[in-house]
Every structure is written in C-alpha cells, then in structure tokens.
Design a protein. Structure first.
Length: 418
C-alpha cells in the first residue's frame, strides 16, 4: 500500500499525505518524526478512519484522536513535540530545513513509511553581505533568471541582530530582500540597545534597495514582526514615496519606550525606540520596575505591562505616540493574536486599523483570539516551553494564523510591483 506525501518543498508550501489500498472503514495511525538542530527528536501522531474505498487523505479525513483533531493536513507538523522533560523547548531548525518521516500503522503493525523534506529556503538563493553607507545586513535574492515578485526590507524584533530565516523564505518566494540589522549586533557599529534608533538609517536602507539593478528604482515593501513591525509601520508612514506596502506581524500603531538591555543608557534622558533628526520620537513610557518584574520565576507575561503603560498615559501622550499609518501609500497588512503575551497586539493593531479605515484606506487585519505572538513563519512545530518571555497562544491557533499570515504577507508585499 503506497504512502504518498508532498515532495520536498518550502515550509510555506501545502502539505498532505495520502494512502490507498487499505481496508475500508478501518482505524489507522499516522506518526510523524523529525530531528531538530540539537539532535532532539520531535514526534506527533494521530488516528484516522479509512474511507469506504480504502483510501486515506489528510486533507479530507479528520483526525479522531492523537496530537490534534479534525481536518488539518498540516496537523502532524505543527503538533510535533519533543520529549516531555526537555526544557527549555522550542524547535530550532537544522540548516536548510528538516526531514520529516511519516509512518502508517494498522493493528500495531507498520504498513508503510515515507520521508520528505521541508525546506527553509531554495538552495540557489543569491546571498551577499551588505556593509554600504553604514548599513549592516544581508541581501537575499532568487537565482539569476527567476521571475521576481517584488523587493522588501525585512526587520527582526527586539532580539536584535540579524534573523535570516524569514528573509530567506521571502527570497525563495521571489523577493529581493534586504535583511537589515539595526541594533544589538556586536562589532557591527550599530547601537547596543533598542533606544533612539535613527529612522534615517532605515531610509538609507530603503533607498539602497531601490537603487539595486534588480529593483530599478521601483518602490519596495517593508515587513517585520514585533518591534520590527512597529518600525515597518513607521518607515512606511515616513517615506511613502519609497515604500509601497507594509506587512506588520504582531505589532500595532503605537510607539513604546526603548529597551535598555545593557543598563548603560543615561538615566533621565528620553528613551524612545526611534528618533528622527536627532530627536527621540514621542513614546509611551513603561511604568514597571523591571528588576522586580524579572526577579520572579518565568515565563513572563509582558502584556499587562503594556496595558498599564497605555492606561496611565494621557490622551495627549497616546495621540503623539500614535503612528500616522494613513500616510502609508499602499496596502497595509496587520496580523495579531488575542493571546499574545509579549504585548496586546490585537489592541495595538486595531489602533492602526481604525486610522486607516477612517481615512478610507486599504487595511487587512488578520487576527485570531486564541493565537499568540510567534506568528512569523509557517510550517514549523508551534510548541514552545521556555523560562523567559512567554509567546502565548494555542498551538493550533498559532499554526493556522501563521499559515494565513504568510500568504497574506507575500500577497501584500507582491502587490507593489503588480
């Protein structure tokens, strides 16, 4: 009995498994297994009932028990989990992607087995370091001769440094991508902390990208997650002649105080996340004793901290810290989870959504009340158990929103060149 699985494909590609020549109306179990970067094995399994014609199709057959339930062809992927005593636990992908082995058992006996590979990026991407004009990043682009869907600037979040996985997948989808670091990268010349980052730096990056021969002066998109999405909305609003679309994942329409991880920023001075013309932009300050907050045991839910900051800010403070998203000259995508435990992304996204709608401008807000903060990448296990900042959200809700968000992100960024 053949077991047919989706051939090797990008993380973002649809996944399915089918089997035939099975006894009709019979219970079978499908098990999935992969190994992460550190050699830890992740497993999932679900029980199904074959159809009257002896076939099994995960796109049509509901899982009746196991790691997930219902009809979801990618359920065996997002529900993968490591051994119960692994802590901290989150899936770190091996270079290039991960191998997924699937086996079908019936009556306790294995009947068929197949292996496929989920790719983090195409192997023929062009990658080059960018160190021009004070910029620090990487340019990723499809191989010469491939059709281009657009170009975009990609920004990581409050972790700092370069986060290449999302950028590489975007490039594999047909984009010329400038993966830009803007703080927190040792020996780069960039600021150590996310405090008063000059927006001129991002403007230079956008202009540099537009000057590339592949881009030929056309406008570009900007995308990021968390603080990177906050920056993306700002960049789009500040430089509408250069930016034609913004995709903001797990963020929203307000500027918050900067993040001083090194504890070296002079006390009493403005600590915005962003600056323009040498002046810190207005921001909503935190009202939290961070030493006391992080003195307890984790994981740490930071959403109440942001809600308190918003509640204690005056109406005038909120007004001047609100990003003027109505100045973005193109489509805007917002993605948020109602159970985000980093900050209240749905409420923050609604701030931006309302401003766009009141101006009669395009905005798409994808949200799920049960999803959390980690929404950037599709096609990976969603299980996370860590002692530091919590991400929040139910595994299945996160997986479904990740999938929807990725396609919407690609469509939004690609619309600039249509």
């Amino acid at each position: 009995m053949p077991l047919n699985v989706t051939p090797d494909a990008l993380l973002s590609a649809p996944f399915n498994l089918q089997a035939s020549d099975l006894p009709p109306f019979t219970g079978v179990t499908v098990t999935a297994e992969t190994t992460d970067l550190h050699g830890e094995v992740w497993r999932s399994s679900a029980t199904f009932r074959t159809r009257g014609d002896g076939q099994l199709n995960l796109a049509r057959s509901p899982a009746m028990a196991g790691s997930y339930r219902g009809i979801d062809p990618s359920g065996l992927i997002w529900s993968l989990r490591p051994r119960p005593d692994l802590f901290p636990a989150f899936f770190e992908m091996p270079p290039g992607g991960y191998d997924l082995t699937l086996s079908l058992t019936m009556g306790g006996q294995e009947q068929a087995r197949a292996t496929t590979r989920r790719l983090s990026h195409l192997q023929d991407l062009r990658v080059e370091d960018v160190r021009d004009n004070g910029l620090y990043g990487q340019l990723l682009a499809p191989a010469s001769g491939r059709d281009l869907r657009g170009a975009c600037l990609f920004l990581g979040g409050s972790e700092g440094g370069l986060y290449g996985t999302v950028a590489a997948l975007l490039a594999s989808e047909g984009f010329v991508v400038l993966n830009l670091a803007y703080f927190g990268l040792p020996h780069s010349g960039l600021p150590a902390d996310l405090i008063n980052i000059p927006l001129e730096y991002f403007h230079e990056a956008v202009r540099w990208l537009r000057a590339r021969p592949e881009v030929a002066g056309r406008r570009v998109g900007v995308t990021g997650a968390s603080k990177g999405a906050e920056a993306a909305l700002l960049i789009g609003s500040m430089f509408p002649s250069d930016v034609g679309a913004v995709a903001a994942i797990a963020s929203g329409g307000l500027i918050f105080e900067g993040i001083d991880r090194t504890r070296q920023f002079p006390a009493g001075q403005p600590m915005s996340s962003w600056a323009w013309g040498g002046n810190p932009l207005p921001y909503i300050p935190y009202q939290t004793d961070w030493s006391a907050f992080f003195g307890g045991s984790g994981p740490y839910n930071m959403t109440p901290i942001h809600r308190e900051a918003m509640a204690r800010a005056s109406r005038e403070d909120i007004a001047v810290a609100t990003i003027q998203v109505e100045r973005i000259a193109g489509p805007v995508l917002l993605v948020s989870g109602g159970e985000d435990q980093v900050w209240p992304a749905t409420e923050l996204s609604q701030v931006a959504q309302l401003r766009r709608e009141q101006a009669g401008l395009h905005v798409q807000h994808l949200t799920d009340p049960a999803a959390g903060h980690s929404l950037s990448l599709p096609g990976l296990p969603t299980y996370i158990s860590v002692p530091w900042t919590a991400m929040g959200g139910e595994d299945q809700a996160n997986a479904h929103l990740q999938k929807l968000a990725w396609q919407a992100r690609v469509d939004t960024l690609g619309s600039v060149w249509e």
